[in-house]
Write a protein that binds this ligand. Structure first.
Ligand code: GCU
Length: 365
């Protein structure tokens, strides 16, 4: 049976429509001004490299991008000036991916959910409880041969991923406590704009409300939705903890973000320059990963100060609700079968290693 790709359209937020209009206006002005300035040339003749980011200037990904900028400009500063546009000022991430696709901008940091409509393989990361452990997640993300195949999968769409960033573990947070999957019944939870995310939320038993990240705060505040799911930084960096006071560690996903580059831009770089951009991207990941570790700890403290309660739960009942999705997703999308098998083998290897270590520790004790 042929698989139909569906675009997931966001729920309508009347008040936010104005904000969306405003951000479109900002985007139009930005791009017009940038074009009037010589379509990608700085006054000194350097090529401007534009990078769009949905997160704020304190976020680990912004710090990573600063390292990207520094590396490129240190080595190729006579030719390139890297400009970072945070806070979705060039538009919501899905839009910014399209701008990168057309070459209106050169890079964007996007969640894998935003890439699903361009390459089916990205759906794998939306699969709930895919990775057994953080170790398994890191082992896969740092396996460059495997990831390279995924990174190049969007070539036909006109863009390619250069590197990944950690975006932690995704958990539910809401206006009321969620302690068991039954608590989700009747709740409206925001999901990212991808069919796989919608399916996951339905399997959990909640109603899925797809919308862009920038709309979540107001949607919770106005009661359009009851909650959302994300890492801890959403509570503080994006202030969601002000409107949703209960954060439940049910740990349904570990989903990376990707640094996506316009393919023509990358292919037109002389090999030595491409090498610098590639190295700069790797450096940005190192900086991001380190900042992530520190900021998650800080975010928890800060969120507690905001009045957020962190709830530890038995994860098993949550898992049981959605595990059937694994086979269903593979059947509907054979493109993810290979990487799924590979991730399972990584999970098993790490589990076996942990069991061996535990047995050795008991033996020694
Ligand atoms: C995280 C992730 C973003 C994503 C966002 C979302 O913040 O880092 O890439 O867009 O979640 O839920 O939309």
């Amino acid at each position: 049976m042929e698989r139909k790709r569906k675009r997931v359209f966001p729920v309508k937020l009347p008040q936010k429509r104005m904000a969306a209009g405003k951000s479109f206006f900002v985007l139009a002005v930005c791009l017009t001004v940038l074009c009037l300035c010589g379509c990608g040339r700085a006054g000194n003749g350097r090529r401007i490299v534009r990078v769009a980011l949905g997160q704020s200037e304190t976020h680990p990904q912004y710090l990573g991008l600063l390292a990207f900028k520094e590396t490129v400009e240190e080595e190729l500063g006579d030719k390139y000036e890297v400009q970072i546009f945070p806070n979705e000022i060039l538009g919501a991430t899905q839009k910014a991916v399209e701008l990168t696709q057309t070459g209106a901008i050169d890079f964007v940091v996007a969640g894998t959910a935003n890439l699903e409509t361009f390459a089916d393989v990205y759906e794998i990361f939306s699969m709930p409880y895919l990775f057994d452990s953080v170790e398994s997640y890191f082992a896969v993300m740092e396996d460059s041969d495997t990831m390279e195949q995924i990174y190049t999968s969007t070539d036909k769409a006109g863009f390619r991923v250069l590197t990944w960033y950690n975006a932690g573990t995704r958990n539910f947070y809401a206006k009321k406590p969620i302690r068991t999957p039954e608590d989700l019944r009747g709740m409206k939870i925001r999901v990212q704009q991808s069919p796989a995310s919608v399916k996951m939320m339905q399997a959990f038993g909640a109603a899925a409300s797809p919308m862009s990240f920038g709309e979540v705060y107001t949607a919770i505040q106005q009661g359009v939705i009851d909650g959302a799911e994300n890492n801890e930084l959403a509570l503080t960096n994006n202030k969601h903890g002000e409107v949703a006071r209960y954060y439940t560690y049910n740990m349904h996903q570990m989903v990376p973000d990707m640094l996506v580059g316009n393919l023509k831009f990358l292919q037109n770089l002389p090999p030595q320059e491409l090498e610098v951009f590639t190295r700069a991207a790797k450096r940005s990941t190192e900086v991001e990963l380190e900042a992530w570790e520190q900021q998650v700890i800080q975010a928890r403290k800060e969120a507690e100060g905001m009045g957020v309660e962190f709830i530890q739960v038995d994860v098993e009942p949550f898992k049981e609700k959605v595990l059937d999705l694994h086979q269903e997703m593979i059947q509907n999308n054979p493109d993810i079968a290979g990487i799924y098998g590979y991730i399972q083998s990584r999970n098993q290897r790490i589990r076996a290693w942990e069991e061996r270590k535990e047995a050795e520790d008991i033996g020694e004790g």
